[in-house]
Design a protein. Structure first.
Length: 405
């Protein structure tokens, strides 16, 4: 047994030696393989090459339409309504008859006033004849001075009665005219509040109907005073074109995004500031011959402020912000390395920012892979097409919006 244990030692030592050689063989070539592979490749990024292009600057002002004029039709005499002479929703003209109130009582009143006037005229003629007879007799004392003065006084009283009767005739004629209820303005009628046979009273609180003039039509927009001051400065400097009297041409976008086919004018007159909100209401006026615009519709006015001939549009996905909230962007230089740029932006234009500082013509802006790129790092560039490539394209429309600053 002892002989067997002694002979096992050489075998064990041989196994350990072989295992050591195997381990050394595995570990030995590893540093050399790593050296052959080298450092990891630079990250791949997508870039857009920026081009200067003409950009039309516009300001969008949201607002609502309101009627140009609204007239409540209220009866001015009391009577029974005999006829309604319009269909609800009709377009009527100023002076067009809408209702007929029973005219019989007012015709009788007019006839009575005319009879009183005729009586007064007869009294004047009688008194005038008396004065004419007494006048030559006063000089010969055939008629006393007192009788003559009384005749003259009677004549004056009768003339006053004529004037009063004439006024009564005019009043009766006016009341008879008021039995024909007329439209005070051009416009569209509302629903009628009364039907035939109803008793209406003069100057009652409830209107018979309303007539709304929709051509032209107002668009009221509420904006901060800063917007109004900026527009006024641009108007004074000539940056915004004027049509005279401080009025600015504006376009209109409807609630569904379609463009209204007629231009209007923005007016700065009669502007007051709401002390609670610090906002002002700016009023524009638009033609509305076809009646497409109705009161209460939500619309957007579009005001052209000018054209930036060499505007730089940067895709919004390529613009980030630093800890101070300042807009920044990463670009790839000629050596293929990343550079950090601090930007100045003006406004949003669709999916782009209008950049006024920090980027220039020909810059390659990183729009994808920003999270993998660091300033000074080399990158692999994948050029993609820019949505705002100039290349002779028409001027882009830029709408004022909160900027990225």
């Amino acid at each position: 047994m002892a002989i067997h244990r002694i002979s096992a030692w050489p075998c064990s030592l041989a196994g350990v030696f072989v295992l050591g050689l195997a381990l050394s063989g595995c570990n030995g070539p590893q540093p050399q393989a790593q050296a052959q592979r080298g450092p990891p490749p630079p990250p791949a990024v997508d870039v857009v090459t920026l081009h200067a292009q003409p950009v039309t600057l516009t300001t969008d002002l949201p607002g609502r339409t309101s009627a140009y004029r609204i007239a409540a039709v209220i009866p001015q005499v009391t009577g029974v309504l005999l006829k309604r002479l319009f269909n609800e929703g009709d377009i009527v003209q100023a002076g067009q008859q809408l209702y007929q109130i029973d005219p019989a009582p007012y015709e009788a009143a007019l006839a009575s006033a005319q009879a009183t006037l005729a009586h007064a005229h007869a009294s004047v003629r009688t008194a005038q004849a008396t004065v004419d007879r007494y006048q030559p007799l006063v000089a010969t004392h055939a008629v006393s001075r007192q009788d003559y003065d009384n005749a003259v006084g009677t004549l004056e009283q009768n003339k006053a009665d004529v004037a009063s009767a004439e006024a009564a005739v005019k009043t009766a004629a006016i009341n008879l005219t008021y039995t024909k209820v007329l439209s005070p303005i051009d416009g569209r009628t509302s629903r009628s509040a009364v039907t035939e046979g109803a008793l209406v009273t003069a100057n009652q609180a409830a209107a018979l109907l309303t007539v709304t003039q929709l051509d032209p039509i107002y668009v009221d927009v509420t904006q901060p005073t800063t917007t109004m001051l900026r527009l006024k400065r641009e108007l004074a400097s000539g940056q915004i074109r004027s049509v005279g009297d401080g009025k600015i041409p504006v376009k209109l976008l409807l609630e569904d995004g379609s463009a209204y086919d007629q231009d209007g004018t923005l007016q700065f007159s009669e502007v007051t500031v709401d002390q609670g909100t610090g906002a002002v209401t700016l009023r524009a006026i638009f033609p509305n011959k076809d009646g497409l615009l109705l009161p209460g519709m939500f619309v957007r006015e579009q005001l052209q402020e000018g054209v930036v001939q060499n505007g730089i549009l940067a895709p919004q996905q390529g613009v980030t912000h630093n800890q101070k909230g300042e807009p920044t962007a990463l670009v790839v230089d000629r050596d293929g390395k990343v550079q950090l740029r601090l930007l100045k932006t003006d406004r949003a234009i669709g999916g782009d920012w209008l950049v006024t500082g920090g980027l220039k013509e020909g810059d390659r802006l990183i729009v994808s892979g920003v999270q993998k790129a660091r300033p000074g790092m080399p990158v692999t560039v994948n050029q993609i097409a820019a949505g705002g490539d100039a290349g002779g394209a028409p001027a882009r429309q830029a709408s004022a919006a909160p900027d990225a600053r």
